[in-house]
Design a protein around this ligand. Sequence first.
Ligand SMILES: Cc1cc2nc3c(=O)[nH]c(=O)nc-3n(C[C@H](O)[C@H](O)[C@H](O)COP(=O)(O)O)c2cc1C
Length: 216
Amino acid sequence: MAGPEPITPGRLLSALQWRYATQRFDPSRPIPAAAWSAILESLRLAPSGFGLQPWRIVSVESPALRRALSAASWNQPQVLEAPRLLVLCRRDRVESLDVERLIALARGQRAISDEEAARWRAGLASFVESGAATDQWAARQVYLALGVLVAAAAVLGVDACPLEGIDPPAYDRELGLAGTGYQTVVAVALGYRAAGDPAATADKLRFPEAEVFTRA
Ligand SMILES: Cc1cc2nc3c(=O)[nH]c(=O)nc-3n(C[C@H](O)[C@H](O)[C@H](O)COP(=O)(O)O)c2cc1C
């Protein structure tokens, strides 16, 4: 299958330069439906270890819930002002159930022999049973999806701010996550910058190339 028409390096870099962790959003400017769908799909398409997708994404629609979450986010203004707020949650414990769910999905979509499925099951089971599939592991996959989301939003000209300055247990309570098998990792506010957000014009603070890249 032919790949997509690549965007130019210049366009990619200008989107990544343009984006910043938006502090003040314009609450009156919603994200168009097509862009919003693409942003959500970018999360669903994000890679994850073994393809296990140990996450669940909550889109916060209720104004009352927004207010409660604002109090659980040190009153950071993005939580109330951004037209969209997502909460990225991790699987609290990756277990054989998750492996079976993925294998069932694969068998529904791909021609997989019983032997291949058994090999796959054994490989994933040894990963899960080794204790490597921890809550920390699941959180790392969620952060990776966050990175995909932030880049996708920038390319679409949509502003975003990842929010780790939140109280995850309070989020879990407000979102009713107890017993669901998922826990809050990070929130993301999305929309468009308000005119006059001082952070929009601040220089990017990035260490120089020589301090970031090493040849080995
Ligand atoms: C995981 C993560 C959590 C963050 N949490 C917050 C936050 O709670 N509030 C905030 O204003 N910015 C937050 N940020 C934004 C960072 O401060 C920002 O990305 C960094 O200073 C670099 O600036 P830039 O994104 O504007 O280029 C977070 C960023 C990341 C990646």
